[in-house]
Design a protein around this ligand. Structure first.
Ligand SMILES: NC(=O)c1ccc[n+]([C@@H]2O[C@H](COP(=O)([O-])OP(=O)(O)OC[C@H]3O[C@@H](n4cnc5c(N)ncnc54)[C@H](OP(=O)(O)O)[C@@H]3O)[C@@H](O)[C@H]2O)c1
Length: 338
């Protein structure tokens, strides 16, 4: 796939504050690079300062005039709610508004740990981003009040649900069990066919990405109810040659991955388009809440995206689970989305 839109088309982002998760490698580092080059101040959510410094150094080696001072490291482990709350506190202390939030971090396979409260893949792809977005909501809302505001929340999902989950798949996203046992059952196509080729659990990952997409739909509904002009989008970046995508296929089949993949730089284009291009804002009634294939193509990736019961159920159980966790630690509760 060759990209049809490039960051050369991005508007001037001077004065804009952006938060990006998953920003120290893969397509995330190129996302923050282009945002900074166009003038934005970018909070780069990442687990390791060392990895962030290395990535920043690499950007400087490639382009000595890169405005590295516009990148601000934000310590963030999306699998750990305490870390998410600390990151929220830090941004709230430093900024009075946020114009763009890109929930880009993702994980295909987690390490199961008895200490971790939830399944790690679900925690990183969905729960952590739910809590981060909630904590930053007052700042996103504050940006809506600014002159010529154009506030956007973009979450990186994937096209894998349409590949690995049958159209009639019985999801279990309406009960808290889905945060511990994410996969209610494996479709026969996975058991007897796909699993022969794939080295990672793509059913598990796909369900976590469905949660990402349903969150964006639910969020758009809430901001619409409160007449907030925030545009919420989820998208597939395309097939991108990153470390994260390297081990998806079993070693024998990996050469197949080399065909037609985007570079990590090109892989950042779709998120950048969704976050900054004129078109989605101009046609926001058409785009809002939707999942997009590159670039800007509204697609119903899976019928579950139109399932109100799963969408509302997931929203409710996520809220209840997170509030239970926060309450047990004396950290209050999630904010109202208004
Ligand atoms: N590459 C593709 O072909 C493709 C296709 C469809 C969708 N996607 C999605 O695109 C996004 C970026 O993927 P990528 O290919 O660039 O993957 P990647 O190279 O593996 O990068 C993943 C990013 O997520 C961060 N991350 C992982 N766990 C985290 C945690 N607990 N807390 C905070 N950050 C965490 C990583 O940071 P650390 O350095 O801290 O691990 C890294 O910055 C993901 O959401 C992925 O699911 C990718």
């Amino acid at each position: 796939m060759s990209p049809t839109w490039t960051p050369d088309n991005m508007p001037d982002l001077k004065g804009k504050v952006v938060v990006v998760t998953g920003s120290n490698k893969g397509l995330g580092i190129h996302t923050v690079k282009h945002l900074a080059k166009h003038g934005a101040k970018v909070y780069c959510g990442a687990r390791s300062k060392e990895r962030f410094d290395k990535a920043q150094q690499q950007l400087l080696e490639e382009d000595t005039s890169f405005p590295h001072e516009r990148l601000v490291f934000l310590k963030l482990d999306l699998g750990n709610i305490d870390s998410v709350m600390d990151a929220v506190k830090e941004i709230n202390a430093k900024e009075s508004s946020i114009h763009i939030l890109i929930n880009g971090a993702g994980m295909v396979t987690g390490q199961s740990s008895k200490e971790s409260e939830w399944d790690e893949v679900m925690a990183v792809n969905h729960i952590g981003h739910f809590v981060l977005t909630n904590g930053l909501f007052p700042l996103l809302k504050a940006a809506c009040a600014e002159k010529n505001s154009d506030v956007r929340i973009v979450s990186i999902a994937s096209n894998t649900p349409g590949i690995f989950l049958p159209k009639n798949y019985a999801f279990g996203l309406t009960t808290p069990t889905c945060f511990h046992e994410v996969v209610p059952y494996y479709p026969w196509r996975w058991q007897y066919f796909h699993s022969l080729f794939f080295g990672m659990d793509m059913v598990h990952y796909s369900i976590a990405k469905v949660a990402t997409m349903l969150f964006i739909k639910g969020l758009q509904r809430r901001v619409d109810e409160h007449n907030l002009p925030i545009l919420c989008l989820s998208l597939n970046p395309g097939g991108v040659a990153t470390d994260g995508a390297e081990d998806i296929l079993k070693p024998l089949f990996r050469p197949l991955l080399q065909v037609g993949r985007l570079t990590p730089d090109q892989g950042s284009y779709h998120s950048l388009w969704a976050a900054t291009a004129k078109e989605p804002r101009k046609s926001s009634v058409k785009f809002k809440g939707n999942y997009l294939e590159p670039v800007g193509i509204i697609t119903t990736q899976h019928p579950v995206l139109d399932d109100e019961k799963q969408r509302q159920g997931l929203w409710d159980v996520t809220t209840a689970e997170v509030n239970r966790h926060l309450d047990s630690r004396g950290l209050g509760s999630l904010l109202e989305w208004k």
